[in-house]
Design a protein around this ligand. Structure first.
Ligand code: AP5
Length: 217
């Protein structure tokens, strides 16, 4: 199964992707995680990405398209993948279409997770993640059990540099201006599966499983 998870920052794309890996047995391809890894490694690409990410802007299309193109050629993507945070602009969506055409593959679903802007700020300011395995937590809605991650890490969880309120507001603005138009692009292709992103993590997961025609948690 080849699918895209789309929705505003903080909608729960990463959280649900981490659960869908077990259900669908396909890898999550998160451009945000890939760019943060490049940033942490201090590569030229990472340093370029940092300038944009810390301000809540999108990283230039050609940088991200190149990363995804490489990743989709990997062996573990042969039986499917879940794109989380890509595409985010019309040129990215068109580049993906061309790439999939060359690879003789097609998209099966575009899952749109819908959450109102007012809820997003509380979600993102309280987000923390495990520095060892990237698992996502929330200090109030989904805290680490007994202060530890399931991977065994016990210690301070990471608060992302772009999870400040002023940056979140800019990320939301960018989402509505540049990414939300993709919903129409994919709706015309009959690929949009919209789910409400509010409620418990399990409830949202069940909704997604249903629209994908898979058995939920
Ligand atoms: P990226 O990392 O992709 O960030 P994003 O799209 O802004 O999405 P988030 O990771 O913030 O949110 P999410 O929907 O995954 O929510 P999560 O599950 O964590 O991108 C970061 C930056 O990289 C971009 O701004 C851009 O600069 C750059 N970039 C990335 N891709 C790019 C591209 N294609 N092109 C150009 N630039 C790109 O959940 C959030 C919080 O809510 C968590 O704490 C979670 O525990 C909690 N939560 C989740 N579900 C629920 C629920 N149901 N109830 C209560 N709390 C919940």
């Amino acid at each position: 199964m080849n699918l895209i998870l789309i929705g505003p920052p903080g909608a729960g794309k990463g959280t649900q992707a981490q659960r869908l890996i077990d259900l669908l047995k396909i890898p999550q391809i998160s451009t945000g995680d890939m760019l943060r890894a490049a940033k942490a490694a201090g590569t030229p690409l990472g340093l370029e990405a940092k300038k944009h990410m810390d301000r809540g802007e999108l990283v230039p299309d050609q940088v991200v398209i190149g990363l995804v193109e490489e990743r989709l050629k990997a062996e573990d993507c042969r039986s499917g993948y879940m794109l989380d945070g890509f595409p985010r602009t019309l040129p990215q969506a068109e580049a993906l279409e061309k790439l999939l055409g060359r690879m003789n593959k097609k998209l099966d679903h575009v899952v749109l997770i819908e959450v109102d802007d007012e809820i997003i700020v509380e979600r993102i300011t309280g987000r923390r993640s495990c520095p060892k395995c990237n698992r996502i937590f929330h200090i109030k809605f989904d805290p680490p059990k007994q202060g530890a991650c399931a991977c065994g890490y016990r210690g301070e969880m990471v608060h992302r540099a772009d999870d400040r309120e002023d940056v979140i507001r800019e990320r939301l603005r960018v989402y509505h201006a540049q990414t939300a138009p993709l919903v129409e692009f994919y709706r015309k292709q009959g690929l949009i599966r919209a789910v409400k992103g509010v409620g418990s993590l399990d409830e949202v997961f069940d909704r997604i499983s249903k629209v994908l025609g898979s058995k939920g948690a």
